[in-house]
Design a protein around this ligand. Structure first.
Ligand code: PFF
Length: 445
C-alpha cells in the first residue's frame, strides 16, 4: 500500500494547525491577563524560544526517523531497553485526555457562532449571566454542540492524513489567519491599541511568582503541541528530505505570532469598548461579546468571524490530539482507520460528557475534588504535568539514547554551527528546566 505523506506546505499548515489552537486565542490572553501581562508574556516567549524550539526539533526527529506511530518510533529507535522506552510513545494518551475538555470548549464556540448572529449581551453582567447559564444549566445545548464537534473531528480522522487532516488544514488555516489579520488591522486603528501593547509588553514583575513561571512553561508546551506526540506523529508522514529546522521555525513563528496578534487584538477591543483586560477563562466568552455589542452591527459580524476563527483553530488542533492514538492502533493492531478513529472519538466524546456535567448544577458537587472539578483537573493535569513530562522524556531520548551519529546525520547539515548548542541545550538545559517544573508542581520545590 502506498503510504500517504504530507506535501511540504501541507505539513507546515497541519503542524501549525495543531499548534495554533484554543491555547493561543482562548487560554493565552486570559492567563496573560491573570498574571498581569508583560512579565508573564516575556517568560513565555523566552521559554518558547529556548526550550520549545529545541524540543520541537527533537520531537520531529523521533517521528521523522521512526516513520511509525509514537510507541513504535521509541521502540525502534532505542538501541537497548526497548520495552521501557516504548512507554514514551504512550504520551499520545495525553492528547485524548486533553480532548475531554477541548471538545466541550469547541462546543461552546459553535454555540457562540450561532447566537452571535442575532444576539450580543449589552453588558458584562448580562454576558456573564448568558455564559454561566450555558455553563451551569445548559446541558442540552452543550451536549448538542459537543456532539457536533465529535462528529466533525472523527469524520476528518477517518479520512486520513492526506484526504482528511491535510485537506482540512489547507482550507481552515489560511481562512483563520485572514480573519485574525483583518480584525487585527482594524484594532491597530483604534486609540486603545497602544494601551494593549503596553499591557502585553511592559513587565510588572510583582505579579510573577513560581506559579506564574510554571504556568508559562506549561503553556509553552501546550501551545506548541509539544510533549504528547502530535508533532511526532505528523512528522512520521513528513516528506523525505524535509528540513526539520525550517519546519520547526515556521511552526514556532506562526504559533507565537498568532498568539500575540490575538492577544493584542482582544486587549485593544477590551480597552476600547469593554472593561479592560478581563481575567479568567470567561475572557472571550464574557468580556469580549459585551465589547462587541458596543461596536454596533459591525460587532455582530466581528463576533461571528472571531468565533469561526476560534472554532477553526480548535478543530485543527483536535485532530492532532487524537491522531497519535489512532495511528497507534492502526500500526500496532492493524485496525482500520475507520475503527481506530471511531473508537478514539467515542472515548473522548463519552468522557467529555462527564467533563461537561462537572460544570452543571446538580452534578458539580459529585464531580469536584479539592478546588477543581473534573473539567479543570483534566486541563490542569495534562497541561502542567503530562506535557512537560513528555517533553522531558523526548529531550532525554534524543539527547542521550539515540546514537549521536544518527542525530547528527540529519540535523548537522540543517543546524550548521548551531548544532552543538542545540544538542547541549537538549541534553542539559531543557531536562533540568523540565525537572524543576515537574518538582515544583508536585509541591516538592
Ligand atoms: N496547541 C494546541 C493549542 O494551543 O490549543 C493544543 C494542543 C494540540 C496541545 C496538540 C497538545 C497537542 F499535542
Amino acid at each position: 500500500m502506498k503510504i500517504a505523506r504530507f506535501s511540504r506546505m501541507g505539513f507546515i499548515l497541519a503542524a501549525a494547525g495543531s499548534a495554533v489552537g484554543l491555547g493561543n486565542i482562548w487560554k493565552f490572553p486570559y492567563i496573560a491577563g491573570e498574571y498581569g501581562g508583560g512579565a508573564f508574556v516575556l517568560i513565555y516567549l523566552f521559554t518558547v524560544l529556548i526550550i520549545g524550539f529545541s524540543i520541537m526539533i527533537a520531537e520531529m526527529l523521533i517521528g521523522y526517523l521512526g516513520r511509525k506511530d509514537g510507541v513504535t518510533c521509541f521502540e525502534d529507535l532505542a538501541p537497548t531497553h526497548k520495552h521501557l522506552w516504548k512507554l514514551g510513545g504512550f504520551q499520545g494518551l495525553a492528547g485524548l485526555f486533553i480532548m475531554i475538555f477541548y471538545s466541550v470548549v469547541i462546543g461552546w464556540i459553535f454555540n457562540y457562532i450561532v447566537t452571535s448572529i442575532f444576539y450580543l449581551p449589552s453588558s458584562v453582567k448580562e454576558a456573564e449571566i448568558t455564559f454561566n447559564t450555558m455553563l451551569h444549566s445548559g446541558v442540552w445545548t452543550q451536549l448538542f454542540y459537543h456532539t457536533l464537534a465529535f462528529i466533525w473531528i472523527t469524520y476528518v480522522l477517518t479520512k486520513g492524513i492526506k484526504g482528511g487532516i491535510e485537506k482540512m488544514n489547507m482550507i481552515l488555516m489560511p481562512t483563520l489567519m485572514i480573519i485574525l489579520l483583518g480584525m487585527f488591522a482594524y484594532a491597530t486603528t483604534l486609540d486603545s491599541f497602544s494601551r494593549a501593547v503596553e499591557f502585553m509588553f511592559s513587565p510588572d514583575w510583582s505579579k510573577i511568582d513560581s506559579n506564574a513561571f510554571v504556568t508559562a512553561v506549561g503553556h509553552a508546551f501546550f501551545t506548541l503541541s509539544l510533549g504528547m506526540g502530535a508533532i511526532m506523529t505528523y512528522s512520521a508522514s513528513m516528506a523525505k528530505n524535509s528540513n526539520l529546522v525550517k519546519n520547526a521555525f515556521w511552526i514556532v513563528f506562526l504559533d507565537t505570532s498568532i498568539a500575540i496578534v490575538a492577544g493584542l487584538m482582544l486587549f485593544t477591543f477590551l480597552y476600547q469598548y469593554g472593561s479592560g483586560p478581563a481575567k479568567g477563562p470567561g475572557l472571550v466568552f464574557i468580556s469580549l461579546p459585551a465589547a462587541f455589542f458596543e461596536m454596533g452591527i459591525i460587532g455582530n459580524i466581528f463576533a461571528i468571524l472571531f468565533f469561526i476563527a476560534l472554532a477553526f483553530a480548535g478543530l485543527t488542533s483536535s485532530v492532532s490530539l487524537v491522531e497519535p492514538m489512532v495511528q497507534y492502533f492502526i500500526d500496532r493492531y492493524s485496525w482500520s482507520r475507520l475503527k481506530a478513529s471511531m473508537s478514539m472519538g467515542l472515548f473522548f466524546y463519552l468522557i467529555g460528557i462527564i467533563a461537561l456535567l462537572s460544570n452543571i448544577d446538580g452534578f458539580k458537587e459529585t464531580l469536584t475534588w479539592g478546588d477543581k472539578n473534573f473539567f479543570d483537573w483534566v486541563d490542569h493535569f495534562t497541561a502542567t504535568f503530562m506535557l512537560p513530562l513528555g517533553g522531558l522524556v523526548m529531550a532525554v531520548f534524543v539527547g542521550f539514547v539515540i546514537e549521536k551519529q544518527r542525530v547528527e546525520a540529519i540535523l548537522k547539515p540543517q543546524l550548521g554551527f548551531a548544532f552543538e548548542a542545540w544538542y547541549f541545550s537538549l541534553r542539559y538545559i531543557t531536562p533540568v528546566a523540565m525537572f524543576i517544573v515537574i518538582l515544583s508542581l508536585m509541591g516538592i520545590l
